[in-house]
Design a protein around this ligand. Structure first.
Ligand SMILES: [Zn+2]
Length: 107
């Protein structure tokens, strides 16, 4: 069983059961792409593809890397915004969608 799925059982708390920070939601397609890049060896789940998947930006920092996710403050962010905030973590608003500068640089 993948570590991602075991965490999603705790969806109600919205906090990582391992480290306690807020979980992020990531698009399943983006997650699959990120895991392929990270040479993930624990398998993929078909149901991810059309869903949001809860992930911990700290525990899965290596896998998520530069891929954008929706964080608990409703801003599209990357790992660096959560674990090492910088001037690039400032949220920019585009027609109601907020992105950090580091998430935008991915596109
Ligand atoms: Zn964690």
């Amino acid at each position: 069983m993948s570590r991602f799925l075991s965490k999603s059982k705790h969806i109600d708390s919205r906090q990582c059961t391992a480290c306690g920070i807020d979980l992020a939601k990531i698009n399943g397609k983006t997650l699959t792409e990120a895991l392929k890049q990270a040479k993930w060896k624990h398998g993929y789940v078909k149901e991810w593809l059309n869903n949001w998947v809860y992930v911990c930006p700290r525990c899965h920092a290596n896998e998520l890397d530069i891929y954008p996710f929706l964080y608990s403050d409703k801003v599209m962010r990357t790992v660096s915004d959560v674990i090492a905030p910088s001037s690039k973590s400032e949220a920019l608003d585009f027609c109601g969608f907020a992105f950090s500068k580091s998430a935008l640089q991915r596109h």
